[in-house]
Write a protein that binds this ligand. Structure first.
Ligand code: FAD
Length: 324
């Protein structure tokens, strides 16, 4: 148990830092324990565009909308790395692009003639794009301003987890595999290339059937553009593969010719922490241990909604702990 701390949050990715900020804003003394710096997390490998994707929970839509409100607010300050961005989602080969659900702004069906070659249907809309390097730095700074601390140290073990603090919030992402033995969390590998921005200011996202592990997206982030992508289920390797990078560049340049010949500054690989259902609940054995992991390809999108839920659960846990 750590003196002078009310809540220990395990994990310094987007889930952990967002929860830590919410808890600190509510007056809790928060310590974040993490095996990695924020810039080395899966969260930092994300594109990132708002929209629940590869994530399962009956409340995912609601958490996404709650987060959207916060991202809209954050986009007023460019230093946060959040920007409301217009763009196009399109499908190939006669696959119908579904109309964007609640949350997307300025929604308009695309004239197929305006779509890149090979794409046959699409929608134009505006959603938040989040530059994760800047955004995680923003969250960490905000937490420190609120008196919270971040300690990057060796990994916490499963045996240590319940005893870390009066209240413990497990935001370990794929690391939950070690912290919760037997959990069904598993990776879906994603590759992302960072290139200089040749003058792109709208996003492009392919809507596809997830069948071949490949997709195409172009996400402008100021002076850089994030290009994707891949979805390799069950793949644990984080080693960049030049063949995968070439495929991403080719597909993105076909969708956006300004990218032809783009020089790759960085090849990021992240493992999306996927579960059949996000785990956001108090532990069955330890009421003071709250789990918040398994957000798949939508952890950024759901982050503020889930953090609100964690805050409510910590209130209940504190009550139980005091009575017990
Ligand atoms: C290529 C790619 C693109 C993506 N694009 C999007 C997108 O556009 N929009 C979107 O919403 N989402 C996107 N995602 C998904 C999103 O990145 C994840 O859902 C999200 O990052 C999960 O965040 P997290 O904080 O739960 O986990 P992580 O970011 O993995 O953080 C886990 C933290 O726990 C720590 N940890 C783990 N085990 C231990 C331990 N035993 N002891 C101490 N610390 C531990 C780690 O060090 C780390 O700090 C994308 C992912 C990838 C890979």
């Amino acid at each position: 148990m750590i003196h002078g701390t009310d809540v220990v949050v395990v994990g310094a990715g987007v889930s952990g830092l967002t929860c830590a900020v919410r808890l600190a804003e509510a007056g809790r003394r928060v310590l974040v324990r993490s095996a990695d710096t924020p810039s080395s997390t899966t969260s930092c490998a994300a594109g990132a565009i708002w929209g629940p994707h590869l994530v399962a929970h009956e409340r995912a839509g609601q958490w996404a909308l709650e987060s959207l409100e916060v991202f809209r607010e954050l986009s007023r300050d460019p230093a946060t790395g959040v920007r409301m961005t217009p763009g196009v989602e399109a499908s190939r080969d006669g696959l119908e692009t579904p109309e964007p659900g609640l949350g997307a702004e300025a929604v308009q069906r695309c004239d197929p003639a305006t779509l890149p070659p090979g794409y046959t249907s699409g929608w134009r809309y505006t959603v938040p794009l989040i530059d994760m390097t800047r955004y995680l730095a923003h969250l960490a700074a905000r937490l420190r301003d609120l008196g919270g601390r971040i300690a990057v140290r060796r990994p916490v073990t499963a045996a240590e987890l319940p005893g870390l603090g009066a209240i413990v919030v497990n935001c370990a992402g794929l690391g939950a595999r070690d912290l919760v033995p037997g959990d069904d969390i598993r990776p879906i590998r994603g590759d992302l290339l960072v290139v200089d921005n040749p003058g792109i200011d709208a996003f492009f996202v392919e809507h596809d059937t997830d069948e071949d592990g490949l997709t195409t997206y172009v996400l402008p982030q100021g002076g850089r553009v994030m290009l994707g992508g891949s979805r390799y289920a069950g793949e644990w390797s984080r080693r960049p593969d030049p063949g995968v990078a070439r495929g991403i560049l080719d597909r993105c340049a076909r969708a956006e010719p300004l990218l032809s010949g783009a020089r790759v500054r960085e090849h990021r690989v992240g493992l999306r922490p996927v579960r059949d259902r996000v785990r956001l609940a108090a532990d069955e054995r330890y009421a003071h241990l709250i789990h918040n992991y398994g957000h798949g390809g939508g952890g950024v999108t759901l982050s503020w909604g889930c953090a609100g839920e964690v805050l409510a659960l910590t209130g209940a846990a504190a009550h139980t702990t005091r009575r017990g």
